[in-house]
Design a protein around this ligand. Structure first.
Ligand code: PRP
Ligand code: ZN
Length: 293
């Protein structure tokens, strides 16, 4: 019997682990650790977090062991491009854990398009994604599937190239390898089990999604206020980056000028402020946003 709580599977250790917890906390869910380091309970909502191996997360969510998962798109896509068709979908990207699944070879390898891979042995822990990449380009190469430490394969003469995750590039560099092709752009994503929950848990599920969206939207977003000549409004709308319809309010005793307030989704640079000034705007304020919904 499933309990009256929602379960979110997150990575136990690795590149996404700490930031997954940060996201849950930033969404206002207070965490207490339970079951050693394997789980957390949310004190102020019926939610538990399970800390598991990232490769297990899609299976747990698909099988109904967990209701949501925070996992790299790379892990999800590798599973989806295999034999499993369990309807798992990416609900939204989460804006952290960015990396690439790249093809790399020892420094000096001359890459001139995917045909250069023809006849090579390519070592990877992502055989399904690599196979799909090669098939789409009609390149015949052999895939050497490994469980890890793919970067040593060329030195051990197990393969001529590798297909592996690159984030800082430090691993490739330390092994004298160079990336030249991107198979997949990845970041942490939220997945939801493809089934309905009891009504009260549906409400909790909706609040998880809405709060995560709010956290992500408020990161980098700014609240901009200024006074401006009415005639400058079209120019101001063009200058403000990623702003929805700004709020325009009259200024007491001034028919020609208005106050403009807008939420901007992108960074506001000094150049942006200078451009706003040039339209006749004054008293420009840029404020950080703490929460957004
Ligand atoms: C990846 C990849 C490399 C390393 C690259 O492993 O397999 O070893 O990260 O990162 P870098 O470019 O910053 O050096 P990861 O830690 O994600 O472990 P996993 O694939 O086994 O989950
Ligand atoms: Zn892993």
């Amino acid at each position: 019997m499933k309990s009256q709580r929602l379960h979110i599977a997150i990575q136990k250790s690795g590149r996404l682990a700490e930031k997954s917890l940060d996201l849950v906390r930033a969404a206002g869910f207070r965490l207490t650790m339970s079951a050693g380091e394997l789980a957390y309970s949310v004190e102020n909502a019926p939610i538990d977090l399970w800390c598991v191996r990232d490769d297990d997360i899609p299976t747990f969510v698909a099988d109904g062991v967990a209701d949501f998962g925070i996992v790299g798109r790379n892990v999800l896509a590798e599973r989806a491009s295999g034999l499993n068709d369990d309807g798992l979908v990416e609900l939204m990207p989460l804006g952290f854990g960015r990396c690439r699944l790249s093809i790399a070879a020892p420094d000096g390898f001359v890459y001139d398009g995917a045909d250069s891979l023809s006849g090579l042995r390519i070592a990877t822990t992502y055989p399904n994604l690599l196979r799909r990449f090669l098939e789409a380009r009609r390149v015949e190469a052999s895939i050497v599937t490994m469980r890890g430490a793919v970067e040593v394969a060329p030195r051990l003469k197990l393969a001529e190239a590798i297909c592996d995750l690159v984030s800082t590039g430090a691993t490739l560099e330390a092994n004298g390898l160079e990336a030249f092709e991107t198979v997949l752009e990845s970041e942490a994503v939220l997945v939801r089990a493809p089934r309905g929950f009891a009504p009260e848990l549906e409400r909790t599920a909706a609040s998880i999604v809405a709060r995560f969206k709010g956290v992500i939207a408020s990161q980098g977003a700014k609240y901009v206020m200024m006074n401006a000549p009415r005639t400058a409004l079209p120019a101001i709308a063009r200058i403000l980056p990623g702003a929805d319809a700004p709020t325009v309010t009259p200024l007491a005793g001034r028919d020609d000028a208005v106050a403009v307030h807008a939420v901007c989704q992108e960074s506001i640079f000094w150049e942006t402020l200078e451009a706003l000034k040039a339209t006749g705007a004054s008293a420009i304020l840029v404020l950080p946003i703490e929460k957004m919904m």
